[in-house]
Design a protein around this ligand. Structure first.
Ligand SMILES: Cc1cc2nc3c(=O)[nH]c(=O)nc-3n(C[C@H](O)[C@H](O)[C@H](O)COP(=O)(O)OP(=O)(O)OC[C@H]3O[C@@H](n4cnc5c(N)ncnc54)[C@H](O)[C@@H]3O)c2cc1C
Length: 292
């Protein structure tokens, strides 16, 4: 079996989820070609990557094309599939060879159920972060180009940066997430303080964002980012399905909530019942002592 794996890069290095995609391809026993496309500054990523991958896939006779299920991967995978007349699934958590095709599992209904999808023949699939271990070694990455880059009609005239800082939650190793239970912007800052000490980043539930305590790039969940850090510390988060579906792939979950019946404790490895405003300062103090 031949697999084409698109390696998404950030600051010149493969992102963590792309390393997991390599493991998914290895698990299929596939002969892997890893590729990445350089995108000219005035072009749209999705257009260039789609065109470059389609050209490579057509020439190479691949059985499966794999992407990380990032914003880019989820847009490009179905476009590539349509041009190759292949089957397509976004957000796969498991892929197995099945006869001449593939059997794919993905979460549905905000992660409350899973569906199994059969693809006959060639497939183009994006893989959800946290579904596979990251590959330890990366094969040589071939630079591919869009043969029709000059003809792509849409060009970027001006790029306007989003207000507020950007955050790379998907690749974070530690996330300290705050929910409505943090109570106020001042107390929400405790999440940032703990995250900084641990070398992590801050995540948030939708109410924390709607309250203006942090910008929406930090939102974790169904309508935010899908994350899979080594450690996820949920502070004053109830554990609504729409939030949990974005963080249940975390390897170790610590939850702090004053309500011992809160659903977040169902997915937590360690549950602390108590007031976040008392517990977080204690944790911060202890970690500072350990470091100091
Ligand atoms: C279509 C759709 C998409 C959505 N997408 C998302 C999404 O992507 N991400 C997301 O997060 N939500 C999303 N939501 C909203 C989601 O349904 C929940 O409303 C939200 O996740 C709840 O956030 P929360 O846990 O911060 O707040 P709450 O549910 O209000 O929970 C607050 C928790 O804090 C605890 N608490 C209060 N005070 C303290 C204290 N002092 N110490 C300790 N604990 C305390 C309470 O016991 C409670 O459990 C979506 C909803 C819809 C309908």
């Amino acid at each position: 079996m031949k697999a084409l794996v698109y390696i998404e890069k950030k600051d010149g290095s493969p992102i963590g989820t792309s390393l997991e995609v390599l493991t998914a391809a290895n698990a299929l026993g596939a002969d892997i070609t890893a590729v990445s496309a350089a995108v000219p500054a005035d072009c749209i990523d999705e257009d260039i990557v789609t065109s470059a991958v389609v050209a490579e896939a057509r020439d190479g006779g691949y059985d499966i094309v794999l992407f990380a299920a990032t914003t880019l991967g989820k847009i490009v995978a179905p476009r590539v599939a349509a041009r190759l007349l292949a089957g397509s699934v976004n957000d796969a958590i498991s892929i197995a060879a099945d006869g001449d095709g593939f059997c794919v599992i993905r979460p549905v209904y905000g992660g409350t159920a899973q569906e199994k999808i059969g693809i006959a023949g060639k497939a183009v699939i994006s893989v959800r972060s946290g579904s596979y271990e990251a590959a330890e070694s990366v094969p040589e990455i071939k630079e591919i180009t869009a043969p029709d880059a000059d003809e792509i009609g849409i060009k970027i005239l001006e790029a306007i940066a989003e207000a507020g800082e950007a955050v790379n939650l998907e690749d974070a190793n530690i996330i300290v997430a705050g929910g409505r239970g943090m109570g106020s912007e001042e107390d929400f800052a405790l999440c940032k303080e703990l995250a900084d000490i641990l070398g992590g980043v801050v995540g948030a539930t939708r109410p924390a964002i709607e309250n203006g305590w942090i910008n929406r790039t930090h939102q974790v969940g169904q309508s935010g980012k899908i994350v899979a850090p080594s450690v996820y510390i949920a502070c004053g988060v109830s554990g609504a399905t729409q939030h949990v579906s974005g963080m249940s792939g975390s390897k170790y979950i610590i939850a702090i909530n004053k309500d011992e019946e809160a659903p977040i404790f169902d997915v937590a490895d360690i549950g602390i019942v108590g007031d976040v405003k008392k517990i977080l300062p204690l944790m911060i103090e202890e970690f500072k002592k350990k470091q100091g």
